[in-house]
Design a protein around this ligand. Structure first.
Ligand code: HEC
Ligand code: HEC
Ligand code: HEC
Ligand code: HEC
Ligand code: HEC
Ligand code: HEC
Ligand code: HEC
Ligand code: HEC
Length: 327
């Protein structure tokens, strides 16, 4: 009962505050989303700003990167920006007649499991989930937030309700088949623990529903790679689009080194012979014409019947080495 009263008082105060605020120091610029001190699990995040209508442009800055000012603004400004791994400061400056009037800042933490230093967020940061009824209700005036049946079928992506807000997810050199045709709901139709569009952590069955060849090839292999056996394929693959082959989150060797840092020292496999170590990149791959040597030239990133996930048995003489060398 007491907390109920407290809420009513707070509610009344909220109603009154714009009236009082108008006389005092009311904000001309509010960052509606994301909330300050959010953990973001993607390099892209949407910033939604509400102004009081008196500003004529705003400028966004992420750490030291300045975005082109958004001119002739109405009340809302929506913009997707790129984050760096770890801690980011997003600052937004509002201008009137080219004079800066107000600046607001928020801190965001881009948590990435491919970065040993940034795989856990500091305590002060909280997870952020956008697609809740309450948050969505602030956007429905201008945006269609209903999931359409069309999102389960190939369609013109420019017509997709999802893509209108998430277009930047697809703005890369290679776009994954189902995402390129706007079939967002193929992977995002579930609600997990009340969270709309949440993809189950165990993604493997979802990916295998189309990649049955891969499922067959990897089934029953004796050695499974640690992260692969967790079933979270999107740890290494971006399910939407990427500038790298196979929609990888990083170029192959960089991807491997993000968890196997010690293999960057260049003393891999042959340190005993020359001391300088075996090359892992920057040379042509003799087994895959047109491709560069990478960690995946010798190791299968998913599964293998040979120890150390090698493509061939190493214990049988020099057979492994002679696949590429004539010595
Ligand atoms: C007053 C109308 C209005 C409201 C309210 C509004 N938006 Fe927008 N939003 C727009 C318009 C118009 C665009 C297209 C802007 C453009 O293409 O430059 C847009 C674009 C976007 C984009 C794409 C931006 C980009 O850089 O690709 C995102 C994301 C977005 N809105 C999210 C939201 C969210 C989330 C909310 C609710 C919290 C919201 N918007 C509320 C009008 C609005
Ligand atoms: C009004 C704009 C808007 C529309 C339309 C929209 N989203 Fe989002 N969505 C967001 C914002 C904002 C976030 C928070 C992450 C970010 O900033 O990009 C988000 C996050 C997500 C997430 C991550 C989990 C979460 O809720 O934070 C998924 C998955 C997602 N959207 C899927 C979809 C799908 C599928 C559709 C179409 C059925 C869709 N979205 C339509 C704005 C939108
Ligand atoms: C609805 C069917 C569908 C689902 C589900 C699906 N894919 Fe795909 N995927 C495709 C199609 C079609 C292609 C081939 C066209 C292309 O390259 O985009 C493809 C290509 C790929 C490729 C590149 C393969 C190559 O040899 O170049 C990778 C990697 C990939 N998908 C990973 C995934 C992962 C990881 C998942 C789960 C998160 C997944 N896919 C789920 C349909 C699907
Ligand atoms: C092949 C399956 C697949 C398809 C198709 C797909 N997604 Fe996703 N999406 C995922 C997975 C898996 C995740 C969670 C993993 C992650 O963090 O990226 C995800 C995460 C997201 C997120 C959270 C931000 C991020 O980058 O992680 C958004 C937003 C999103 N999807 C929107 C979309 C939209 C919009 C479409 C349609 C154009 C789409 N997705 C199509 C599998 C898919
Ligand atoms: C540890 C990182 C990692 C994980 C986890 C991972 N992959 Fe891959 N995947 C790769 C790399 C690297 C390549 C490219 C290999 C190459 O260059 O030959 C690849 C290639 C692929 C290909 C195309 C070539 C092939 O080998 O068939 C498909 C399809 C694929 N992955 C699907 C998946 C699916 C489905 C999952 C989850 C069950 C998954 N991957 C998990 C790193 C990973
Ligand atoms: C997300 C982190 C992560 C990424 C990315 C990653 N690995 Fe691993 N890798 C692991 C873990 C965890 C293990 C198992 C623990 C261990 O033995 O160190 C492992 C084990 C291995 C092993 C030893 C397997 C065995 O049977 O003993 C090899 C070889 C390997 N990884 C190669 C690679 C290659 C090649 C890539 C890039 C395609 C890669 N890893 C990317 C985390 C990762
Ligand atoms: C020319 C082939 C070749 C290349 C390229 C290669 N490896 Fe290996 N790797 C091996 C062999 C052979 C072994 C078996 C153990 C040994 O002889 O040291 C091995 C073992 C491993 C192991 C498990 C044992 C250990 O030392 O921890 C990991 C992890 C590993 N490699 C990761 C990588 C990563 C990451 C890359 C890319 C930076 C890479 N490898 C590139 C051939 C290669
Ligand atoms: C996937 C193909 C591949 C396999 C397997 C492979 N190598 Fe290599 N190796 C290369 C390439 C490519 C080079 C670089 C050649 C050049 O400089 O043009 C190289 C270079 C070397 C060098 C010269 C190193 C230097 O920096 O000058 C030695 C020594 C060597 N390999 C030994 C081995 C041994 C021992 C094995 C077996 C354990 C092995 N390699 C397996 C592809 C391979």
């Amino acid at each position: 009962m007491r907390s109920c009263c407290l809420y009513s008082i707070l509610f009344v105060l909220c109603l009154l505050s714009p009236v009082f605020g108008a006389q005092g120091n009311v904000s001309q610029l509010t960052i509606l989303l994301p909330p300050d001190h959010s953990v973001i699990e993607s390099p892209l995040v949407s910033i939604v700003i509400v102004t009081d209508g008196t500003l004529d442009s705003v400028q966004l800055k992420v750490n030291n990167s300045e975005y082109r000012p958004v001119e002739k603004i109405k009340r809302n400004v929506c913009k997707v920006v790129k984050l760096e791994e770890g801690l980011n400061t997003v600052s937004i400056k509002g201008f009137k007649n080219n004079v800066p009037i107000e600046e607001q800042k928020i801190s965001l933490f881009y948590r990435s499991l491919l970065s040993q230093r940034n795989s856990t967020a500091p305590d002060a940061f909280r997870p952020y989930y956008f697609h809740t009824r309450e948050r969505e209700s602030k956007c429905t005036f201008c945006h269609d937030l209903g999931q359409r049946k069309a999102n389960k079928e190939p369609q013109d992506v420019s017509q997709s309700a999802c893509v209108r807000c998430h277009e930047k997810l697809l703005d890369f050199k290679f776009i994954h088949g189902p995402a390129s045709v706007g079939e967002c709901a193929t992977c995002h139709s579930s609600t997990v623990k009340g969270l709309k569009y949440r993809v189950p952590k165990l993604e493997q069955p979802l990916c295998y529903s189309c990649h049955s060849d891969a499922a067959v090839a990897w089934k029953g292999k004796q050695f499974l790679h640690g992260p692969f056996s967790m079933g979270t394929c999107s740890l290494c693959h971006n399910p939407h689009a990427s500038d790298n082959d196979f929609f990888l989150r990083k170029q192959t060797t960089d991807l491997c080194l993000s968890c196997h840092e010690e293999k960057a020292t260049g003393t891999h496999i042959v340190s005993g012979i020359s001391g300088s170590g075996h090359p892992v990149r920057g040379k042509p791959d003799p087994l895959h014409p047109g491709k560069e040597l990478s960690c995946a030239s010798c190791h299968n990133p998913h599964a293998s019947d040979f120890s150390d996930l090698l493509f061939r048995d190493r214990s049988v003489g020099f057979e492994f080495c002679t696949a590429c060398h004539t010595f």
